[in-house]
Design a protein around this ligand. Sequence first.
Ligand SMILES: *Cc1c(COP(=O)(O)O)cnc(C)c1O
Length: 380
Amino acid sequence: MKFDSKLIHGGINEDEETGAVSMPIYRASTYHKPFLNSKLKWEYSRSGNPTRAALESLMADLENGNAAFAFSSGSAAIHAVFSLLSAGDEVIIGKDVYGGTFRLANQVMKRFGLNFTVVDTRNLDEVSAAINSNVKAIYLETPTNPLLEISDLAAIAEIAQKHDALMIVDNTFASPYNQKPLDLGADIVVHSGTKYLGGHSDLVAGIAVAKSEKIAEQLAFLQNSIGAVLSPDDSWLLMRGIKTLGARMRVHEDNAQAVVKYLLDSKYVKKVMYPGLETNPSFSIAKRQMKGFGAMISFELAGQYRAEEFVNRLHMISLAESLGGIESLIEVPAVMTHGSIPREIRLKNGISDGLIRLSVGIEDKEDILADLDQAFKTLD
Ligand SMILES: *Cc1c(COP(=O)(O)O)cnc(C)c1O
């Protein structure tokens, strides 16, 4: 089945009991056993819930994995995945990861004995050089948040396999519509379902997908043991969002291309970051491993203009954290999403105080361009 059809017909897409074409929301916390020795499929909703299971089987299908697990947030999914490791293990982590992931690694997992080595995963020599016998995982995003940097997934998977380290990819920015890390050799994909998968800025959710049965079994154990599961209601809502992922992404990307073109021509803009720019040094890798380039754009204003003044003057485009929703969202990472990263580290990693990140929505592109245009013109 093609991807767009899988979005709608993949996984468990109807209720076995009734044939309902929209999976019902099973809110029950527990399930009646007719006899003490009855072997039931469902026992207790933290361990397994039919609505959540439908979402999980759909996500396993979309990422070409063995099994998927739904969590109460992307951060909870990442926490469960880090929990595959033990005290003393080392993780090579990409330098440009979501601020909350950086915080989870440095302020939580470190206290439990995990060690993190921060590496620019675009540089394969740097990745190889960071390998030692304690390294049990390589964790990265591509495209990264917020700099939209691209790492070569297949090449890093080769390094990970050679050293028996798990390769974990946060696929939130690309979504499975544009990129399938498990097909390129990754072992685990994580998502903030809050973003493109949900797509409507109306839920918080996380997903982890395992390629092998062995890792799937370990994640099932951790999901049940730690317990940060996604509710049946939000599982249903996330499935509802996923069905239109393809249709949404095509409009997101069409709009993003128009915005990139506009920004490149603007005298108010110094630098534009977008994986689909041919001038981007990683363009050929992006082209090889992604179907499309997504709709996240970062940019810096020309010297004399201030990011704060610009974002304060937008009308339709919302100044807000998060991304991947139908509405265009804009933010300043240094103050908002990446504020938890110390300033020196932020600057070293290329996140300037004035960097602006735009998640291009699916409004009419003329309105998006007009809003940017009027806000820029107020700066003179
Ligand atoms: C938002 C985000 C997360 C965290 O997900 P939550 O659902 O907010 O917990 C992780 N990775 C990336 C790339 C994100 O954008």
